[in-house]
Design a protein around this ligand. Structure first.
Ligand SMILES: *Cc1c(COP(=O)(O)O)cnc(C)c1O
Length: 463
Protein backbone atom coordinates (compact mmCIF):
# COMPACT_ATOMS: atom_id res chain seq x y z
CA UNK A 1 0.00 0.00 0.00
CA UNK A 2 1.28 3.45 -0.96
CA UNK A 3 0.38 6.64 0.88
CA UNK A 4 -0.32 9.96 -0.81
CA UNK A 5 -0.57 13.51 0.51
CA UNK A 6 -3.87 15.39 0.71
CA UNK A 7 -2.12 18.31 -1.01
CA UNK A 8 -0.78 16.24 -3.87
CA UNK A 9 2.79 17.60 -3.87
CA UNK A 10 4.73 15.24 -1.58
CA UNK A 11 6.39 11.94 -2.53
CA UNK A 12 4.37 8.74 -2.15
CA UNK A 13 5.50 6.77 0.89
CA UNK A 14 5.15 3.29 2.34
CA UNK A 15 3.13 2.79 5.53
CA UNK A 16 6.29 2.75 7.61
CA UNK A 17 7.63 5.94 6.04
CA UNK A 18 4.30 7.74 6.39
CA UNK A 19 4.05 6.62 10.01
CA UNK A 20 7.57 7.79 10.90
CA UNK A 21 7.11 11.08 9.05
CA UNK A 22 3.72 12.28 10.27
CA UNK A 23 3.12 15.45 8.28
CA UNK A 24 3.85 15.40 4.52
CA UNK A 25 6.47 17.85 3.23
CA UNK A 26 3.88 19.77 1.23
CA UNK A 27 2.05 20.46 4.50
CA UNK A 28 -0.60 17.82 3.75
CA UNK A 29 -1.61 14.64 5.54
CA UNK A 30 -0.96 11.15 4.29
CA UNK A 31 -3.86 8.90 3.26
CA UNK A 32 -3.79 5.47 1.61
CA UNK A 33 -3.68 5.66 -2.18
CA UNK A 34 -6.71 3.36 -2.17
CA UNK A 35 -8.98 2.28 0.65
CA UNK A 36 -9.15 -1.52 0.70
CA UNK A 37 -12.57 -3.15 1.06
CA UNK A 38 -13.80 -6.17 2.99
CA UNK A 39 -16.62 -8.40 1.73
CA UNK A 40 -19.81 -8.94 3.73
CA UNK A 41 -18.63 -12.52 4.46
CA UNK A 42 -15.30 -11.30 5.76
CA UNK A 43 -17.05 -8.79 8.03
CA UNK A 44 -19.58 -11.39 9.20
CA UNK A 45 -16.61 -13.60 10.09
CA UNK A 46 -15.48 -11.08 12.73
CA UNK A 47 -18.36 -12.11 15.00
CA UNK A 48 -17.10 -13.52 18.28
CA UNK A 49 -13.40 -13.06 17.52
CA UNK A 50 -10.98 -11.50 20.02
CA UNK A 51 -10.40 -7.76 19.48
CA UNK A 52 -6.78 -8.44 18.50
CA UNK A 53 -7.80 -10.82 15.71
CA UNK A 54 -10.26 -8.31 14.22
CA UNK A 55 -7.55 -5.65 14.54
CA UNK A 56 -5.20 -7.82 12.55
CA UNK A 57 -7.74 -8.52 9.77
CA UNK A 58 -8.85 -4.89 9.45
CA UNK A 59 -5.38 -3.32 9.48
CA UNK A 60 -3.26 -5.87 7.65
CA UNK A 61 -3.94 -4.57 4.09
CA UNK A 62 -2.67 -1.14 5.18
CA UNK A 63 0.61 -2.28 6.71
CA UNK A 64 1.61 -5.32 4.66
CA UNK A 65 4.91 -4.58 2.97
CA UNK A 66 6.17 -2.73 6.05
CA UNK A 67 5.83 -5.58 8.59
CA UNK A 68 5.65 -9.35 8.41
CA UNK A 69 2.45 -11.06 9.53
CA UNK A 70 4.13 -12.40 12.65
CA UNK A 71 5.67 -9.03 13.50
CA UNK A 72 2.32 -7.32 13.12
CA UNK A 73 0.47 -9.90 15.21
CA UNK A 74 3.07 -9.47 17.98
CA UNK A 75 2.74 -5.68 17.79
CA UNK A 76 -1.04 -5.88 18.21
CA UNK A 77 -0.79 -8.36 21.07
CA UNK A 78 1.65 -6.15 23.00
CA UNK A 79 -0.34 -2.98 22.24
CA UNK A 80 -3.55 -4.19 23.87
CA UNK A 81 -2.16 -6.44 26.60
CA UNK A 82 -2.25 -3.54 29.10
CA UNK A 83 -5.97 -2.89 28.68
CA UNK A 84 -8.07 -3.69 31.70
CA UNK A 85 -11.08 -5.12 29.90
CA UNK A 86 -10.95 -8.46 28.05
CA UNK A 87 -13.15 -7.08 25.27
CA UNK A 88 -10.82 -4.02 24.95
CA UNK A 89 -13.74 -1.91 23.64
CA UNK A 90 -16.88 -3.24 25.38
CA UNK A 91 -20.37 -2.13 24.36
CA UNK A 92 -22.93 -1.22 27.00
CA UNK A 93 -26.62 -0.79 26.40
CA UNK A 94 -28.08 2.52 27.64
CA UNK A 95 -31.51 2.46 26.02
CA UNK A 96 -33.40 0.03 23.76
CA UNK A 97 -31.62 1.25 20.65
CA UNK A 98 -28.66 3.20 22.04
CA UNK A 99 -25.29 1.75 23.04
CA UNK A 100 -22.14 3.16 24.60
CA UNK A 101 -18.79 2.02 23.23
CA UNK A 102 -16.42 2.21 26.20
CA UNK A 103 -13.02 3.22 24.86
CA UNK A 104 -11.44 4.08 28.20
CA UNK A 105 -10.03 0.82 29.51
CA UNK A 106 -6.46 1.52 28.34
CA UNK A 107 -3.54 2.78 30.48
CA UNK A 108 -4.52 6.50 30.42
CA UNK A 109 -8.31 6.07 30.49
CA UNK A 110 -9.10 7.60 27.08
CA UNK A 111 -9.58 6.23 23.57
CA UNK A 112 -6.23 7.69 22.51
CA UNK A 113 -4.61 4.60 24.04
CA UNK A 114 -6.00 2.43 21.23
CA UNK A 115 -3.89 4.26 18.69
CA UNK A 116 -0.96 5.31 20.82
CA UNK A 117 -0.20 1.91 22.31
CA UNK A 118 -0.18 0.46 18.80
CA UNK A 119 2.04 3.27 17.46
CA UNK A 120 4.53 2.79 20.30
CA UNK A 121 4.96 -0.85 19.33
CA UNK A 122 5.05 -0.07 15.59
CA UNK A 123 7.75 2.58 16.12
CA UNK A 124 9.81 0.28 18.29
CA UNK A 125 9.90 -2.52 15.74
CA UNK A 126 10.54 -0.19 12.79
CA UNK A 127 13.28 1.85 14.50
CA UNK A 128 15.05 -1.22 15.81
CA UNK A 129 15.18 -2.67 12.33
CA UNK A 130 16.52 0.64 10.94
CA UNK A 131 19.00 1.25 13.78
CA UNK A 132 17.50 4.74 13.97
CA UNK A 133 16.14 7.09 16.62
CA UNK A 134 13.50 9.83 16.50
CA UNK A 135 12.24 12.85 18.39
CA UNK A 136 8.50 12.82 18.81
CA UNK A 137 6.83 16.17 19.27
CA UNK A 138 3.16 16.30 20.05
CA UNK A 139 0.54 18.90 20.88
CA UNK A 140 -2.20 17.86 23.20
CA UNK A 141 -5.46 19.18 24.56
CA UNK A 142 -4.88 16.66 27.33
CA UNK A 143 -5.41 13.05 26.33
CA UNK A 144 -3.03 12.57 23.40
CA UNK A 145 -0.08 13.70 25.49
CA UNK A 146 -0.59 11.29 28.33
CA UNK A 147 -1.31 8.46 25.92
CA UNK A 148 1.90 9.22 23.97
CA UNK A 149 4.02 9.46 27.10
CA UNK A 150 2.59 6.18 28.37
CA UNK A 151 3.23 4.49 25.00
CA UNK A 152 6.83 5.70 24.52
CA UNK A 153 8.24 6.04 28.03
CA UNK A 154 11.45 4.13 28.52
CA UNK A 155 11.98 3.32 24.80
CA UNK A 156 15.62 4.10 24.04
CA UNK A 157 15.21 5.05 20.36
CA UNK A 158 12.63 7.74 21.09
CA UNK A 159 12.53 11.11 22.87
CA UNK A 160 9.03 12.49 23.44
CA UNK A 161 8.20 16.18 23.93
CA UNK A 162 4.57 16.91 24.68
CA UNK A 163 3.21 20.46 24.60
CA UNK A 164 -0.03 21.24 26.36
CA UNK A 165 -1.79 24.57 26.96
CA UNK A 166 -0.77 25.74 30.42
CA UNK A 167 -3.71 25.77 32.82
CA UNK A 168 -6.16 24.32 30.31
CA UNK A 169 -5.96 20.58 30.95
CA UNK A 170 -7.55 18.74 33.85
CA UNK A 171 -5.42 17.88 36.88
CA UNK A 172 -5.58 14.17 36.10
CA UNK A 173 -4.52 14.81 32.51
CA UNK A 174 -1.66 17.05 33.68
CA UNK A 175 -0.45 14.60 36.28
CA UNK A 176 -0.51 11.75 33.79
CA UNK A 177 1.91 13.79 31.66
CA UNK A 178 4.13 15.25 34.38
CA UNK A 179 4.60 12.31 36.75
CA UNK A 180 6.34 9.68 34.57
CA UNK A 181 10.03 10.00 35.49
CA UNK A 182 11.61 8.35 32.44
CA UNK A 183 14.50 10.44 31.04
CA UNK A 184 13.12 10.27 27.48
CA UNK A 185 9.80 11.99 28.24
CA UNK A 186 9.43 15.77 28.51
CA UNK A 187 6.25 17.69 29.33
CA UNK A 188 6.09 21.33 28.17
CA UNK A 189 3.39 23.67 29.51
CA UNK A 190 2.99 26.29 26.78
CA UNK A 191 1.66 29.78 27.46
CA UNK A 192 -1.08 29.55 24.86
CA UNK A 193 -4.09 27.46 23.86
CA UNK A 194 -4.25 24.10 22.12
CA UNK A 195 -4.36 25.63 18.66
CA UNK A 196 -1.07 27.44 19.49
CA UNK A 197 0.51 24.11 20.49
CA UNK A 198 -0.75 22.43 17.35
CA UNK A 199 0.50 25.32 15.19
CA UNK A 200 3.95 25.05 16.82
CA UNK A 201 4.12 21.36 15.89
CA UNK A 202 3.18 22.16 12.30
CA UNK A 203 5.78 24.93 12.16
CA UNK A 204 8.49 22.57 13.45
CA UNK A 205 7.64 20.11 10.72
CA UNK A 206 7.89 22.89 8.16
CA UNK A 207 11.29 23.99 9.53
CA UNK A 208 13.17 21.37 7.52
CA UNK A 209 16.58 22.11 9.13
CA UNK A 210 15.17 21.47 12.56
CA UNK A 211 13.02 18.60 11.36
CA UNK A 212 15.97 16.76 9.84
CA UNK A 213 18.50 17.55 12.58
CA UNK A 214 16.40 16.05 15.37
CA UNK A 215 14.70 13.33 13.24
CA UNK A 216 11.30 14.74 14.00
CA UNK A 217 8.37 12.35 14.05
CA UNK A 218 4.74 13.12 14.80
CA UNK A 219 2.16 11.09 16.63
CA UNK A 220 -0.68 13.59 16.62
CA UNK A 221 -3.87 12.44 15.03
CA UNK A 222 -2.45 13.64 11.72
CA UNK A 223 -0.48 10.38 11.76
CA UNK A 224 -2.42 7.92 9.63
CA UNK A 225 -1.37 5.00 11.83
CA UNK A 226 -3.44 6.62 14.59
CA UNK A 227 -6.53 6.80 12.43
CA UNK A 228 -6.02 3.23 11.30
CA UNK A 229 -5.97 1.83 14.83
CA UNK A 230 -9.31 3.52 15.49
CA UNK A 231 -11.01 1.92 12.50
CA UNK A 232 -11.00 -1.42 14.30
CA UNK A 233 -13.55 -0.68 17.02
CA UNK A 234 -16.13 0.51 14.51
CA UNK A 235 -16.01 -3.03 13.15
CA UNK A 236 -16.12 -4.84 16.48
CA UNK A 237 -19.03 -2.68 17.70
CA UNK A 238 -21.08 -2.87 14.51
CA UNK A 239 -20.60 -6.61 14.15
CA UNK A 240 -21.66 -7.16 17.78
CA UNK A 241 -24.90 -5.34 16.90
CA UNK A 242 -25.65 -7.37 13.79
CA UNK A 243 -23.55 -5.87 10.97
CA UNK A 244 -23.09 -6.55 8.13
CA UNK A 245 -26.69 -7.83 8.06
CA UNK A 246 -27.90 -4.72 9.84
CA UNK A 247 -26.94 -1.07 9.46
CA UNK A 248 -25.54 0.71 12.52
CA UNK A 249 -25.04 4.43 13.30
CA UNK A 250 -22.25 6.07 15.29
CA UNK A 251 -22.03 9.36 17.16
CA UNK A 252 -18.52 10.57 17.85
CA UNK A 253 -17.47 13.37 20.23
CA UNK A 254 -15.14 15.22 17.92
CA UNK A 255 -12.25 17.65 18.12
CA UNK A 256 -9.50 17.01 15.62
CA UNK A 257 -11.73 14.79 13.44
CA UNK A 258 -9.44 11.76 13.84
CA UNK A 259 -11.84 9.38 15.52
CA UNK A 260 -14.78 10.22 13.27
CA UNK A 261 -12.57 10.01 10.19
CA UNK A 262 -11.72 6.46 11.24
CA UNK A 263 -15.47 5.82 11.01
CA UNK A 264 -15.43 7.15 7.45
CA UNK A 265 -12.62 4.71 6.60
CA UNK A 266 -14.60 1.83 8.13
CA UNK A 267 -17.59 2.84 6.01
CA UNK A 268 -15.49 3.02 2.84
CA UNK A 269 -14.10 -0.43 3.66
CA UNK A 270 -17.62 -1.83 3.47
CA UNK A 271 -19.04 -1.53 7.00
CA UNK A 272 -22.73 -0.61 6.64
CA UNK A 273 -22.77 2.61 8.66
CA UNK A 274 -26.07 4.47 8.39
CA UNK A 275 -25.19 7.77 10.08
CA UNK A 276 -21.83 9.14 11.16
CA UNK A 277 -22.71 11.92 13.57
CA UNK A 278 -20.14 14.56 14.49
CA UNK A 279 -20.78 15.84 18.02
CA UNK A 280 -19.07 19.06 19.08
CA UNK A 281 -19.13 21.15 22.25
CA UNK A 282 -19.47 24.94 22.14
CA UNK A 283 -16.32 25.05 20.02
CA UNK A 284 -18.42 24.09 17.07
CA UNK A 285 -16.50 24.95 13.91
CA UNK A 286 -17.19 21.46 12.55
CA UNK A 287 -20.90 21.63 13.26
CA UNK A 288 -21.09 25.07 11.66
CA UNK A 289 -19.17 23.89 8.63
CA UNK A 290 -21.27 20.74 8.18
CA UNK A 291 -24.37 22.94 8.52
CA UNK A 292 -23.23 24.89 5.48
CA UNK A 293 -21.79 27.95 7.18
CA UNK A 294 -18.24 27.55 5.91
CA UNK A 295 -15.14 26.75 7.89
CA UNK A 296 -14.18 29.88 9.82
CA UNK A 297 -12.05 29.94 12.95
CA UNK A 298 -13.50 31.40 16.10
CA UNK A 299 -11.93 32.00 19.48
CA UNK A 300 -11.44 28.73 21.40
CA UNK A 301 -13.58 28.91 24.53
CA UNK A 302 -12.46 26.57 27.34
CA UNK A 303 -15.16 24.01 28.15
CA UNK A 304 -15.79 21.10 30.50
CA UNK A 305 -14.90 18.77 27.60
CA UNK A 306 -11.40 20.19 27.02
CA UNK A 307 -10.21 17.48 24.64
CA UNK A 308 -12.65 18.90 22.11
CA UNK A 309 -11.71 22.57 22.58
CA UNK A 310 -10.44 22.94 19.07
CA UNK A 311 -11.14 25.46 16.34
CA UNK A 312 -8.79 24.14 13.68
CA UNK A 313 -9.48 20.49 13.20
CA UNK A 314 -6.45 18.97 11.51
CA UNK A 315 -7.97 15.73 10.19
CA UNK A 316 -10.85 17.59 8.59
CA UNK A 317 -8.37 18.14 5.77
CA UNK A 318 -8.64 14.42 5.06
CA UNK A 319 -12.43 14.61 4.91
CA UNK A 320 -12.13 17.53 2.50
CA UNK A 321 -9.68 15.59 0.34
CA UNK A 322 -12.32 12.92 -0.29
CA UNK A 323 -15.16 15.46 -0.56
CA UNK A 324 -13.14 17.21 -3.28
CA UNK A 325 -12.61 13.94 -5.18
CA UNK A 326 -8.99 13.62 -4.08
CA UNK A 327 -8.05 16.94 -5.65
CA UNK A 328 -4.86 17.90 -3.77
CA UNK A 329 -4.60 21.32 -5.41
CA UNK A 330 -8.12 22.25 -4.25
CA UNK A 331 -7.29 21.17 -0.68
CA UNK A 332 -4.01 23.11 -0.73
CA UNK A 333 -5.95 26.20 -1.85
CA UNK A 334 -8.46 25.86 1.04
CA UNK A 335 -5.68 25.40 3.60
CA UNK A 336 -3.99 28.49 2.23
CA UNK A 337 -7.20 30.49 2.70
CA UNK A 338 -7.43 29.13 6.25
CA UNK A 339 -3.89 30.23 7.03
CA UNK A 340 -4.09 33.68 5.44
CA UNK A 341 -7.76 34.59 5.86
CA UNK A 342 -8.91 32.53 8.86
CA UNK A 343 -11.33 30.34 6.95
CA UNK A 344 -12.90 29.18 3.70
CA UNK A 345 -16.20 28.25 2.12
CA UNK A 346 -16.74 24.67 0.96
CA UNK A 347 -17.88 24.25 -2.66
CA UNK A 348 -21.41 23.05 -3.28
CA UNK A 349 -20.26 19.73 -4.70
CA UNK A 350 -18.02 19.06 -1.72
CA UNK A 351 -20.78 20.07 0.72
CA UNK A 352 -23.05 17.55 -0.98
CA UNK A 353 -20.38 14.85 -0.64
CA UNK A 354 -19.84 15.67 3.05
CA UNK A 355 -23.55 15.62 3.82
CA UNK A 356 -23.92 12.15 2.30
CA UNK A 357 -21.50 10.86 4.94
CA UNK A 358 -21.65 13.09 8.02
CA UNK A 359 -24.35 14.76 10.06
CA UNK A 360 -23.63 16.88 13.10
CA UNK A 361 -24.84 18.45 16.30
CA UNK A 362 -23.52 20.45 19.21
CA UNK A 363 -23.95 20.50 22.96
CA UNK A 364 -23.66 23.62 25.11
CA UNK A 365 -22.06 23.46 28.55
CA UNK A 366 -25.47 23.32 30.24
CA UNK A 367 -26.68 20.56 27.91
CA UNK A 368 -23.53 18.56 28.55
CA UNK A 369 -23.95 18.76 32.34
CA UNK A 370 -27.67 18.02 32.09
CA UNK A 371 -26.91 14.91 30.04
CA UNK A 372 -24.43 13.60 32.62
CA UNK A 373 -27.15 13.93 35.23
CA UNK A 374 -30.04 12.55 33.19
CA UNK A 375 -28.07 9.57 31.86
CA UNK A 376 -27.05 8.60 35.38
CA UNK A 377 -30.72 8.49 36.29
CA UNK A 378 -31.87 6.80 33.09
CA UNK A 379 -29.29 4.01 32.78
CA UNK A 380 -26.89 4.28 35.71
CA UNK A 381 -24.05 5.25 33.37
CA UNK A 382 -21.72 7.95 34.68
CA UNK A 383 -20.50 9.70 31.52
CA UNK A 384 -17.40 11.83 31.09
CA UNK A 385 -18.21 15.27 29.65
CA UNK A 386 -17.00 14.23 26.17
CA UNK A 387 -19.20 11.15 26.11
CA UNK A 388 -22.04 13.33 27.37
CA UNK A 389 -21.67 15.66 24.40
CA UNK A 390 -21.95 12.56 22.24
CA UNK A 391 -25.00 11.17 24.02
CA UNK A 392 -26.83 14.51 23.83
CA UNK A 393 -26.27 14.75 20.09
CA UNK A 394 -26.92 11.04 19.50
CA UNK A 395 -30.32 11.33 21.18
CA UNK A 396 -31.26 13.85 18.48
CA UNK A 397 -30.34 11.39 15.74
CA UNK A 398 -31.94 8.11 16.90
CA UNK A 399 -33.79 6.19 14.17
CA UNK A 400 -36.12 3.21 14.53
CA UNK A 401 -34.47 -0.07 13.66
CA UNK A 402 -30.92 1.30 13.47
CA UNK A 403 -28.83 0.84 16.60
CA UNK A 404 -26.94 3.99 17.61
CA UNK A 405 -23.48 3.63 19.14
CA UNK A 406 -22.04 6.61 21.00
CA UNK A 407 -18.30 6.56 21.57
CA UNK A 408 -17.41 7.05 25.25
CA UNK A 409 -14.00 8.57 24.66
CA UNK A 410 -12.79 8.92 28.25
CA UNK A 411 -13.33 7.57 31.75
CA UNK A 412 -15.33 9.95 33.99
CA UNK A 413 -12.50 9.94 36.56
CA UNK A 414 -10.35 11.85 34.10
CA UNK A 415 -12.67 14.85 34.55
CA UNK A 416 -13.83 14.48 38.15
CA UNK A 417 -14.72 18.12 38.83
CA UNK A 418 -17.06 18.50 35.87
CA UNK A 419 -18.64 15.10 36.50
CA UNK A 420 -19.20 15.80 40.19
CA UNK A 421 -20.62 19.29 39.52
CA UNK A 422 -23.10 17.80 37.07
CA UNK A 423 -24.12 14.64 38.91
CA UNK A 424 -23.15 15.00 42.56
CA UNK A 425 -21.13 11.80 42.21
CA UNK A 426 -17.34 11.80 42.53
CA UNK A 427 -15.89 9.31 40.01
CA UNK A 428 -12.95 7.48 41.63
CA UNK A 429 -9.79 6.62 39.70
CA UNK A 430 -9.28 2.91 39.04
CA UNK A 431 -7.13 1.33 41.78
CA UNK A 432 -4.01 1.07 39.59
CA UNK A 433 -3.90 4.90 39.44
CA UNK A 434 -5.07 5.71 42.93
CA UNK A 435 -1.72 7.28 43.94
CA UNK A 436 -1.60 9.71 40.98
CA UNK A 437 -2.13 12.72 43.24
CA UNK A 438 0.87 11.79 45.40
CA UNK A 439 3.44 11.34 42.62
CA UNK A 440 5.84 14.27 42.04
CA UNK A 441 5.56 16.34 38.87
CA UNK A 442 8.21 17.33 36.31
CA UNK A 443 7.32 19.96 33.69
CA UNK A 444 8.84 22.97 31.91
CA UNK A 445 6.70 26.07 31.48
CA UNK A 446 7.60 27.59 28.11
CA UNK A 447 6.72 30.65 26.00
CA UNK A 448 4.55 30.23 22.93
CA UNK A 449 7.53 30.92 20.68
CA UNK A 450 8.86 28.56 18.04
CA UNK A 451 12.57 29.41 18.51
CA UNK A 452 12.39 28.97 22.27
CA UNK A 453 10.64 25.62 21.95
CA UNK A 454 13.05 24.34 19.29
CA UNK A 455 16.07 25.35 21.40
CA UNK A 456 14.64 23.55 24.39
CA UNK A 457 14.12 20.39 22.39
CA UNK A 458 17.64 20.44 20.90
CA UNK A 459 19.13 20.85 24.38
CA UNK A 460 17.14 18.07 25.98
CA UNK A 461 17.50 15.25 23.52
CA UNK A 462 18.94 12.72 25.88
CA UNK A 463 20.94 10.56 23.48
C1 LIG B 1 -9.12 13.43 21.66
C2 LIG B 1 -10.43 13.32 22.31
C3 LIG B 1 -11.61 13.60 21.62
C4 LIG B 1 -11.61 14.10 20.21
O1 LIG B 1 -11.11 13.15 19.30
P1 LIG B 1 -10.62 13.57 17.86
O2 LIG B 1 -10.08 12.35 17.24
O3 LIG B 1 -9.59 14.63 18.05
O4 LIG B 1 -11.81 14.10 17.15
C5 LIG B 1 -12.80 13.40 22.27
N1 LIG B 1 -12.85 12.97 23.55
C6 LIG B 1 -11.73 12.70 24.24
C7 LIG B 1 -11.85 12.24 25.66
C8 LIG B 1 -10.49 12.86 23.65
O5 LIG B 1 -9.38 12.58 24.35
Amino acid sequence: MKYISTRGQAPELTFEEAMLTGLARDGGLYVPAEIPTLSAEEIAGFAGLPYEEVAYRVMWPYVSGSFTEDEFKGIIARAYAGFEHAARAPLKQMAPNHFLLELFHGPTLAFKDFAMQLIGQLFQVALKRRGDSVTIVGATSGDTGSAAIEAFRGLDAVNVFIMYPHGRVSEVQRRQMTTPDDANVHALAVDGDFDDCQAAVKDMFNDFDFRDSVHLAGVNSINFARVLAQVVYYFTAAVALGAPHRRVSFTVPTGNFGDIFAGFIARQMGLPIEQLVVATNQNDILHRCLSGEGYFKGETIPSISPSMDIQVSSNFERALFYAYDQDGAAVAQLMDELKTGGGFNVSQGAMQALSEIYTSGRASEEETSATIKSELTASGELLCPHGAVGVKVANEHLQDGVPMVTLATAHPAKFPAAVEDASGVHPPLPPRMADLYERSERVTRIANDLGTIEDHIRKHIAN
